[in-house]
Design a protein around this ligand. Structure first.
Ligand SMILES: *[C@@H]1O[C@H](CO)[C@@H](O)[C@H](O)[C@H]1NC(C)=O
Ligand SMILES: *[C@@H]1O[C@H](CO)[C@@H](O)[C@H](O)[C@H]1NC(C)=O
Ligand SMILES: *[C@@H]1O[C@H](CO)[C@@H](O)[C@H](O)[C@H]1NC(C)=O
Ligand SMILES: *[C@@H]1O[C@H](CO)[C@@H](O)[C@H](O)[C@H]1NC(C)=O
Ligand SMILES: *[C@@H]1O[C@H](CO)[C@@H](O)[C@H](O)[C@H]1NC(C)=O
Ligand SMILES: *[C@@H]1O[C@H](CO)[C@@H](O)[C@H](O)[C@H]1NC(C)=O
Ligand SMILES: *[C@@H]1O[C@H](CO)[C@@H](O)[C@H](O)[C@H]1NC(C)=O
Ligand SMILES: *[C@@H]1O[C@H](CO)[C@@H](O)[C@H](O)[C@H]1NC(C)=O
Length: 816
């Protein structure tokens, strides 16, 4: 009957009618094995899949909604929406339903062929000649295996993990074959093309689990090494009621594995496209995947957040503290206050409740006891710390670190002991020495103090004499920035002598011009008006900041130009202008559909996350708005305009300013009213942008005709009235998954919460935008009422006046 459907049918409607008709009368069929004579086909009008023994998993051809690409994959059979755990032809999707999965009876390898019989994917042939018959089965664990007549596995999908770790799968290195089993993230949630994150075992030193990011393979997160009971950063696995974890280290292989305690639990660990590992459990009651791990993210999870020889303490006033015996070198790490005294006088400081540091250059011995471990460390000059290797047996095993201590943190519970080598003060052995020492030290300190004061005095005088330009040049050299300085003439030529026709727009501090350099490169020139609020100080601030920042969602600074009081910044040129140019225009807004809008939101979030956390400087943008989000030729967003950004010392979480800068409509209440800002101020602005992108309306200037609400109030009202989808810009007619848009609105509302502490930080935002986790319910946003411009904070009327008075000016430079 299926064969009677003509393949070359011309009329699309006819085909649709036929498919609908056939779907009513054909049952989907399942296979329990694939053999050389029975391949798995992907015809349009037939649902054939390979099903595991007890029906937990299913394998077959599938495509994601919206995309026509067909993939061969494995998913949970009775879970909707389809949860894919493995994909074969990730890089070579089929464009039609002609795919066939076949097994070769003589060689024993699997292949997928397309309509013209070309192999678009194949598994490697087995090393030995298979005995017949050869068959492919899907095991209850989700492992697809090619078996021979003697039940040997010739190939198994578990050896080639995708982005999902299933119970029973091994993550690690097989020394016999040289094969490394690691998870690889997808490009996006709907595109299985290999992404940039890899989750595997680093076998250097004491083996440890790490998530690295390509192309440079730097570590982004490090669950850590095995301590006999658990991975050092995942102590919760010891008492986990659902799983047991293992770490096997022998001559043949090193691997990490989780096993289910109850085989009917459905649990998977996924390396999501953003590079986080999430562990999800299926709930039969709610019919949903619940996130088991991580419960919450904290900053200390980020690899080496604080730099070398520091300790990350989330409950501390500052997250980052130098280890004992170290002091900050003000360059992202700490140095020893005094060199180690190699032969005598060194001792160890004990740290309890720790996640052990990076072990990639450590040394270990399973048989040495803890006491011997200490002695051995003392006897080797380059040994800087030690710890017990196997905490399952008290005092057993020895682990040494050399040189810097990297990525150590305090765990809320379940941490272990760590012994850091420190130098004790000298002259402690004899009273006599102490006395002499005391005098010598006293005199030395006095002399040092004198000298230091002298130097400071001289420096101060010298500095006063230095011209501003010189000072700036000095600083430039000191910070090692290789930033091209353009001469004024070439910029003037490039911009047609700053002609009106080259003007792109007016920024907060001056006009921006388009220019073409003599070599043809297109540039954007920000010419700082002489009367602008941006003095040399702000200019230096902006230049130094941006020059250090490199991220694909931040606009790139190419150089600068300074001549007398004329200051200019030269940026890469963004051909598609800014976000507001598109989303607030009734015609242009139709050009960017929902998928693109989500991508833009995701890009802004990542750029902002980089500013807040990843760039090592903690930067608050303070003037984030749609006109500061530029679009490149691929409509990828790039955040611009850091003129008012402030670097925050790592120890500073919040600050106050008496100069309120920024743009009303994007400012959070605590900033507009009290002038206090933090990373959460940017989160608020981000939330406004999200709601603006979804609604296609400006927060400022929008008035809900019936209720006199601003955009935030309007969004909130729709939310509580349970009709949030009405917020959507109806000029966009591309297809959207309702749950997806709902999540964006939800996150947008969480970001504009009244109280900064109720807003998520950007790493949570990035995570929430990309996961299926349950989000907290938002409450009423800040600046909710728009009626008479009164804010919901207990602000003074003076501030409210300022708010309404300045309503007309887009960018406000100074409000008080
Ligand atoms: C194939 O399966 C899908 C999902 O279960 C179903 O929506 C569709 O109607 C089925 N098609 C046929 C022809 O049975
Ligand atoms: C399949 O289910 C049966 C009955 O519940 C059970 O005895 C058997 O162990 C299961 N097989 C697998 C591979 O899980
Ligand atoms: C099959 O794959 C080959 C090689 O990649 C390609 O040239 C051919 O066009 C494909 N045929 C179909 C029907 O997709
Ligand atoms: C085949 O083997 C190579 C080298 O070990 C490996 O990179 C590749 O992923 C394997 N392919 C499959 C489909 O197993
Ligand atoms: C830790 O010690 C226990 C008990 O001797 C042993 O079973 C286990 O294999 C050891 N683990 C490691 C990683 O050496
Ligand atoms: C395993 O889980 C299933 C479903 O959650 C439950 O019905 C069963 O009792 C559990 N078995 C054991 C041995 O705990
Ligand atoms: C971490 O911070 C808490 C709270 O300030 C403090 O009590 C504790 O001593 C700190 N731990 C370390 C090891 O510095
Ligand atoms: C100290 O330990 C390192 C690493 O194990 C080793 O290479 C070095 O030879 C040791 N030095 C001494 C003096 O034992």
């Amino acid at each position: 009957m299926i064969e009677t459907v003509p393949k070359s049918m011309e009329s699309f409607e006819m085909l649709v009618v036929c498919v609908l008709f056939l779907s009513l009368i054909t049952m989907s069929s399942t296979l329990d094995m694939i053999t050389p004579t029975q391949p798995l086909r992907d015809p349009v009008n037939e649902n054939v899949t390979l099903v595991s023994t007890n029906g937990t998993f299913e394998a077959g051809f599938f495509s994601h909604e919206k995309s026509g690409s067909r993939y061969l994959g494995i998913w949970y059979k009775n879970i909707s929406p389809r949860t894919v755990v493995w994909v074969a032809n990730k890089e070579t999707p089929l464009q039609d339903h002609s795919g066939v999965l076949e097994v070769d009876g003589d060689e024993g390898f699997l292949s997928i062929k397309n309509g013209t019989g070309a192999k678009i994917w194949f598994s490697n042939a087995s090393s030995h000649t298979p005995s017949k018959p050869v068959a492919v089965e899907l095991l209850e664990s989700g492992n697809m295996v090619v078996k021979d007549g003697d039940n040997n596995f010739l190939w198994q999908s578990f050896d080639y993990p995708d982005d999902t770790l299933l119970p029973g799968m091994k993550l690690g290195m097989n020394f016999k074959t040289g094969h490394h089993r690691a998870l690889r993230s997808w490009k996006s949630f709907t595109d299985p093309t290999p992404g940039e994150f890899v989750f595997g075992v680093d076998t250097r030193g004491l083996p440890q689990l790490v998530i690295t990011k390509e192309p440079s393979d730097y570590i982004v997160y490090r669950p850590g090494s095995w301590n006999g009971l658990s991975i050092t950063g995942l102590p919760g696995e010891i008492t986990d009621p659902l799983i047991k974890s293992f770490f096997v280290m022998n001559e043949d292989e090193i691997f990490y594995q989780i096993q289910l305690l109850n085989s009917s639990t459905k649990l998977r660990s996924r390396l999501i496209p953003e590079g986080y590992q999430v562990r999800l459990i299926w709930s039969d009651e709610t019919k949903r995947w619940d996130t088991q791990y991580p419960g919450s993210f904290d900053e200390c999870e980020r690899y080496s957040l604080c730099g070398a020889n520091t300790i990350c303490n989330v409950s501390g006033a500052h997250h980052c503290e130098c280890l004992s015996g170290f002091q900050s070198n003000f360059a992202d790490s700490c140095d020893r206050t005094a060199p180690l005294d190699c032969n005598k006088g060194d001792k160890f400081e004990k740290y309890e409740g720790m996640k052990l540091p990076d072990t990639s250059s450590s040394w270990y011995d399973k048989s040495i006891s803890l006491q011997e471990c200490e002695k051995l460390c003392l006897s080797n000059c380059s040994c800087t710390a030690y710890a017990q290797l196997n905490i399952s047996v008290p005092g057993s095993g020895c682990l040494h670190w050399f040189h810097d201590i990297v990525d150590i943190r305090i765990l809320a519970q379940g941490g272990q002991d760590f012994y850091l080598r420190i130098t004790t003060p000298k002259f402690q052995d004899h009273a006599f020495n102490r006395k002499i020492g005391g005098i010598v030290v006293g005199c030395t300190i006095f002399i040092i103090v004198l000298v230091v004061f002298g130097i400071i005095f001289c420096l101060k005088r010298k500095k006063l004499k230095q011209s501003e330009t010189n000072y700036w040049k000095d600083k430039n050299e000191k910070d090692d920035i290789d930033l091209p300085i353009f001469d004024f003439l070439s910029i003037s030529n490039a911009t047609n002598n700053f002609s009106e026709s080259n003007k792109l727009g007016q920024g907060g501090f001056g006009p921006v011009y388009k220019g073409i350099l003599s070599d043809g490169q297109e540039i954007a020139v920000k010419r700082l008006s002489k009367t602008s609020g941006q003095g040399l100080e702000e200019f230096k601030n902006e230049v130094m900041l941006i020059a250090k920042l490199q991220h694909r969602n931040l606009v790139k600074l190419l150089g600068c130009s300074i001549q007398q009081d004329e200051k200019m910044l030269i940026y890469e040129f963004m051909p598609n202008r800014s976000l507001d140019y598109f989303i607030f225009d009734s015609t242009r807004s139709t050009l960017i559909g929902w998928a693109k809008r989500f991508e833009i939101i995701g890009g802004i979030a990542k750029g902002l996350l980089y500013l807040h956390q990843d760039s090592r400087l903690k930067i608050i943008h303070r003037d984030l708005k749609t006109s500061n989000v530029l679009l490149d030729s691929n409509m990828k967003p790039k955040i611009s305009d850091f003129g008012m950004a402030r670097t925050f010392g790592l120890d500073q979480d919040e600050a106050n300013t008496n100069k309120v800068m920024g743009t009303y409509g994007y400012m959070p209440p605590e900033y507009a009213v009290h002038g206090s800002f933090s990373v959460k101020s940017d989160v608020f602005s981000f939330g406004v942008i999200v709601l603006e992108i979804i609604s296609g309306r400006k927060n400022r200037g929008f008035r809900d005709p019936n209720n006199q609400l601003n955009l935030l109030g309007h969004a909130w009202r729709l939310w509580i009235e349970k009709r949030p989808m009405e917020l959507m810009d109806d000029s966009v007619d591309s297809v959207v998954v309702p749950s997806e848009i709902l999540r964006y609105i939800h996150v947008g509302l969480l970001c504009v919460q009244q109280r900064p502490e109720d807003r998520p930080n950007m790493s949570s935002v990035v995570f929430m935008l990309n996961s299926e986790t349950l989000l907290p319910e938002p409450t009423q946003p800040g600046f909710y009422t728009g009626k008479n411009n009164s804010t919901t904070t207990d602000s003074s009327s003076r501030n409210c006046d300022a708010y309404s008075l300045n309503e007309m000016s887009e960018t406000l430079v100074e409000a008080r």
